[in-house]
Design a protein around this ligand. Structure first.
Ligand code: 5AD
Ligand code: SF4
Length: 575
């Protein structure tokens, strides 16, 4: 039996939304052609589904404005004519946006708990819901919809999500039309148990369901049904860049390059709630970064649970090759990435630090423990000495590289001697910063069934000892930076200084930026430079470090040009 085709055009900004809506249905194939203003969409419909798809297209016409392409069959037209795409997109005239339909503005409050991946997802969520008329609000009370973007990496994060959701019950009883949605890792893990436990929740959507959100929200808006969608897929079904909102003056953005994890560390819930590792196509990643750069972003952080295995499965380019392509993006100033698994940190990537001028001199390389036996039971698949070798190689290629790490204290069976090996590793590496966590059991993680659980007071004591040690190292390292000049990317004005300084306080304008090594540096703009201060956000500036704090540094904008164009990496000049 023959297929039927429909063809129509939409404003270019609606393309992700339209494709998402149509591709959510089986038996429909969607093709699109884009120019700078609009998209022509061609839908191929399997026999028997014409009425349903025409209904969807007509719904879209009412919502966002869908215009038929002359000479081609549009929604509602019968017949199985061949599609004629316009020869040149620019020949097609578009009607002013909103002429067919005035969308009611609705307010969306997104609460995000957890890692950068969740921050990125929140932006995607805002991006896919924007065409439905949702714009962000900072107050829950004014919202038409609240989305809680949850995290379950450790028990505390999950508790936080449930306690926030609990508080929403009261708000919903005062405003019954409020839509309450739960997304992210807790949603994936708990599924419909959340609906059962929390009658005020309307929607539970998992980590792979973001692009199905508009359709689900639309159904809830029209029929107030309750929906759970925790379907997962081994591949990335929807890869189109979403133009999520940017805050005013935002100069740094996250871009997910892959999702999921296949490493199965025995303590970790991620493979169970984020699914199998899958990489995005490099062209889509570059497109998304360019889109952000066009809107003023100067720094991107490429995100993945294990960026070192980027592209392996799909036979795409390697992570280092991807970095080289990103490095070539004009007007992008800096590239960061996280996270690297030590077992997969390749020489090729290490060499990239010597080769790519936009790649920041910072490597986050979570080690988790300094003891080989614990590493084995964590299923980390490297040894302490192999890890130390990689650090040595990194420092040989890039002597000023900052190295940070994650640690888990109190893993089941961890003895005092094994914990001591972790402290010893910290002394050996002399990290620039660490994140340390007390081990907690997670659903489906094998270590939950391990014997030898460590009691809470011991875990707390070990955590404190680790943080005290690292605190001393950080202070010493910060102190050693005093008197050096660091190039920073200026993030903006506004942060309070950690302690008083006569000069800084009197300057009133206090700015913040980050060095290539990811150190936060506060600085004052000298009197003579005040007139240039509007040039600063998003620019590179050289700062003389004058003071060291526990978590940041303080300095002075030195004389010399304030560069509005990206400079090379970071200069570190001893004074
Ligand atoms: N308990 C404590 N910390 C954990 N992490 C991951 N799973 C657990 C757990 N079950 C930590 C690891 C990881 C970081 C993101 O969270 O250190 O690198
Ligand atoms: Fe979790 Fe290990 Fe994967 Fe990191 S590498 S997300 S710790 S399973």
């Amino acid at each position: 039996m023959e297929t039927t085709k429909r063809c129509f055009r939409v404003d270019r900004r609606q393309i992700s939304y339209v494709k998402f809506i149509l591709e959510a249905y089986d038996n429909v194939a969607v093709m699109s052609t884009l120019d700078s203003r609009e998209a022509v969409i061609q839908v191929t419909i399997a026999p028997g589904c014409e009425t349903m798809v025409d209904g969807i297209i007509q719904g879209l016409a009412g919502e966002i404005g869908v215009m038929p392409v002359e000479g081609a069959p549009a929604a509602g037209m019968s017949g199985k004519q061949a599609i004629r795409m316009p020869d040149k997109m620019k020949q097609v005239e578009i009607e002013p946006k909103g002429s067919l339909f005035q969308m009611k503005e609705k307010l969306l409050y997104i609460s995000t708990i957890g890692c950068q991946m969740n921050v990125y997802d929140a932006n995607q969520i805002a991006g896919v819901l924007a065409p439905m008329g949702y714009t962000g609000t900072d107050t829950i009370e004014s919202a038409d919809m609240v989305i809680v973007n949850t995290c379950t990496i450790r028990e505390k994060a999950e508790q936080k999500a449930f306690s926030f959701l609990g508080r929403l019950a009261k708000i919903k009883s005062a405003n019954p039309s409020l839509i309450v949605a739960v997304g992210g890792c807790v949603a994936q893990q708990e599924g419909d148990a959340i609906l059962k436990r929390m009658p005020h929740v309307d929607l539970v959507f998992g980590t792979h369901a973001i692009f199905r959100l508009p359709e689900m929200v639309r159904r809830i808006e029209s029929s107030r049904c309750r929906i759970v969608d925790v379907r997962m897929s081994d591949t990335i079904e929807f890869d189109a860049p979403v133009d999520g909102p940017l805050t005013d003056g935002q100069i740094s953005a996250f871009v997910t390059i892959m999702r999921g994890c296949d490493n199965y560390c025995t303590y970790c819930v991620v493979p169970h709630v984020r699914g199998r590792e899958a990489s995005r196509h490099p062209d889509r990643i570059l497109e998304e970064i360019r889109m952000r750069v066009d809107r003023g972003v100067r720094e991107v952080t490429l995100l993945g649970q294990n960026v070192n295995s980027y592209g392996n499965k799909e036979g795409l380019c390697s992570f280092s090759e991807l970095l080289a392509r990103v490095n070539g993006i004009e007007d992008l100033g800096r590239i960061r990435f996280t996270t690297s698994h030590p077992k997969d940190l390749s020489d090729e990537l290490i060499d990239a630090f010597g080769r790519l001028e936009k790649l920041c001199h910072h490597m986050h390389l979570p080690v988790q423990s300094g003891d080989d036996e614990i590493l084995k039971r964590m299923n980390r698949r490297y040894t302490r000495s192999a890890y130390l070798e990689k650090i040595d190689r990194l420092r040989a290629v890039c002597p000023d590289i900052a190295v940070t790490s994650d640690f888990i204290v109190g893993f089941p069976g961890e003895t005092d001697r094994q914990f001591q090996a972790t402290l010893d590793l910290i002394e050996t590496v002399r990290y620039d910063g660490v994140f340390a966590f007390m081990y907690s059991d997670r659903p489906n993680a094998p270590a939950t069934a391990f014997s030898g659980k460590i009691d809470e007071p011991t875990k707390k004591r070990r955590l404190q000892a680790l943080l005290d040690l690292q605190g001393r190292i950080t202070r010493e390292k910060h102190q050693a930076m005093v008197g050096q000049i660091r190039r920073i990317l200026v993030e903006g004005p506004g942060r309070e200084m950690e302690s008083g300084d006569a000069d800084m306080a009197s300057s009133r304008v206090q700015w913040t930026g980050r060095s290539s090594s990811n150190h936060i540096i506060h600085f004052a703009v000298p009197e003579a430079q005040r007139d240039k201060k509007e040039l600063l956000t998003g620019a590179f500036a050289d700062i003389m470090i004058e003071g060291a704090y526990a978590h940041s540094l303080r300095g002075r904008l030195i004389d010399g040009p304030i560069m509005a164009t990206p400079g090379k990496g970071e200069t570190s000049v001893a004074a």
